[in-house]
Ligand binder design. Structure first.
Ligand SMILES: [Zn+2]
Length: 191
């Protein structure tokens, strides 16, 4: 899937979790950092691709991307597995602990969960593509659903004109059907 579909899916799952769970009070700083972490998590597994948005936007990014791609086993390998999620989770937690002293108003536990939701949504979404995802590495078989001939090809019109708009329509429906919770969240739980 493309980066924009991943980012939309990541924020969609985050929004659903926030509104379906009992509402909790968070600072504005926590909410903003959590959304940012979620969006980074949503595209992070594709750092194993030299053409990933991250590498495109960095000076010498293509070169760096190729090095990372080779060193973590190529596209759809370590970063697209449960083992990869555990490694990302551990590194993200260490980073959050490290920078927490300068982000006193931020609940790093919530930011961490938000990041993980982004990463997991990426893996689930990629499981709908023909290539599949090696969820159980080091066991190398790639899994996907439904059957291979029904799955999507990344960046093709089905993704652009069907999957992406469908997720958007779901978002609109979800916001409308949970409008009251959304209002309570904004007015009473964001401090
Ligand atoms: Zn991917």
């Amino acid at each position: 899937m493309t980066g924009r579909t991943h980012d939309l899916a990541a924020i969609t799952v985050l929004g659903a979790v926030v509104l379906l769970e009992p509402l909790r009070t968070v600072t504005l700083a926590t909410a903003l950092v959590a959304v940012l972490a979620n969006q980074i998590g949503g595209i992070l597994p594709d750092i194993d691709q030299p053409t990933a948005p991250l590498w495109k936007n960095l000076p010498e990014g293509k070169f760096l991307g190729k090095i990372v791609d080779k060193s973590i086993g190529g596209h759809r390998f370590l970063t697209h597995s449960i083992l990869g999620v555990v490694i990302f989770g551990a590194l993200a937690w260490m980073l959050l602990k490290f920078i927490h002293p300068i982000m006193g108003h931020v609940n790093i536990g919530l930011v961490w969960w938000s990041f993980l939701i982004g990463v997991l949504s990426h893996l689930v979404l990629d499981s709908f593509t023909k290539e599949g995802v090696p969820w159980l590495l080091p066991y190398g078989r790639k899994f996907g659903f439904p059957g291979k001939s029904w799955r999507l090809t990344t960046g093709k019109s089905l993704e652009t004109f069907v999957v992406f708009p469908l997720i958007l329509i779901f978002d609109i429906w979800f916001c409308v059907s949970h409008y009251n919770e959304l209002l309570i969240l904004i007015h009473q739980h964001l401090v």
